[in-house]
Design a binder for this molecule. Structure first.
Ligand SMILES: Nc1nc2c(c(=O)[nH]1)N[C@H]1C(S)=C(S)[C@@H](COP(=O)(O)O)O[C@H]1N2
Ligand SMILES: [Mo]
Length: 256
């Protein structure tokens, strides 16, 4: 079933919007025939196939790509048609809002901080799941401590350099040890398609909380609903089995 038809899946989705505006997730490529689908059977072609899927996801408005096999188990989502590539020379993460010290980090800065590895199942509200995916990066709590949360800070808002996506966590959620500003996924640098060079990884929550192409972290005085939350998604997004109250007893985070 097309993923961007309202009311057809477990979550409400927006309908088509005028071109140029953010639309429902774009996950498809109508141009690929059965022959191309067959490529997915060859493991050594996996990354090539994934990059075809990713390219198609940037342009196809039909939402049918979710019906095609993806050997990695993931589907690539973006609410905008194209996202600039950022890397070593031009990537920057800014932490501002209700903080004692505004901070900016380059990729090298982030890599120089202690890295944490979290292994958890990834789940999208659309029903797909990838088991035991390793992510590595800097604990969000470390960055918040570095900037210093000022009086009145209650929540955190994440923004993306796609120019449209946003997400949030309460400060309590953000300080869990399984909330990462992730630089690596599946033991490799995060690809552009997966939101690299830096994305959020909110392990105990549905994957929509894990903002791709992370550009900003702003401490706010209240939770500001994110892109999908404005469209009906749960504000918290806990996975069914998440330990919502005590991260220290039941999480997969460990020092890398
Ligand atoms: N910037 C941005 N982040 C995003 C999204 C998006 O469309 N744009 N989609 C979310 C959803 S619904 C999911 S399931 C995951 C998909 O991540 P993937 O594309 O790496 O599989 O990213 C989340 N973060
Ligand atoms: Mo999702």
């Amino acid at each position: 079933m097309p993923e961007n038809e309202p009311g057809t899946g477990p979550d409400p989705e927006p309908g088509n919007t005028p071109s140029g505006a953010p639309v429902a997730r774009r996950t498809l490529l109508g141009v690929l025939g059965a022959g191309a689908v067959g490529l997915a059977a060859a493991p050594y072609l996996q990354s090539a196939w994934e990059s075809v899927l990713a390219k198609a996801s940037q342009v196809d408005p039909t939402g049918l790509s979710g019906l095609l096999p993806n050997p990695g188990g993931f589907r690539y989502y973006s609410i905008v048609g194209s996202v600039p590539r950022k890397g070593e020379a031009d990537y920057e993460l800014k932490i501002d809002g209700l903080v004692d010290r505004v901070r900016t980090y380059t990729l090298a800065d982030l890599r120089a901080l202690p890295q944490t590895r979290v292994v958890h199942d990834v789940r999208c509200t659309d029903g797909w799941r990838v088991e035991k995916v390793p992510f590595e990066g800097v604990k969000l709590s470390d960055l918040l401590a570095d900037a210093g949360v000022a009086a009145g800070g209650k929540a955190v808002q994440f923004t993306s350099f796609d120019g449209a996506y946003s997400e949030n966590l309460t400060l309590e959620q953000a300080r869990r040890p399984d909330m990462l500003v992730a630089l690596r996924m599946q033991d490799a640098p995060i690809t552009h398609e997966h939101g690299g060079p830096v994305r959020l990884y909110a392990a105990p929550m549905y994957f929509y909380k894990s903002a791709k192409w992370l550009a900003g972290i702003s401490v706010t005085d209240r939770v500001i609903p994110g892109f999908w939350e404005e469209r009906g998604y749960d504000i918290d997004g806990w996975l069914d089995d998440a330990d919502k109250h005590d991260a220290s007893d039941n999480h997969d985070a460990s020092a890398a």
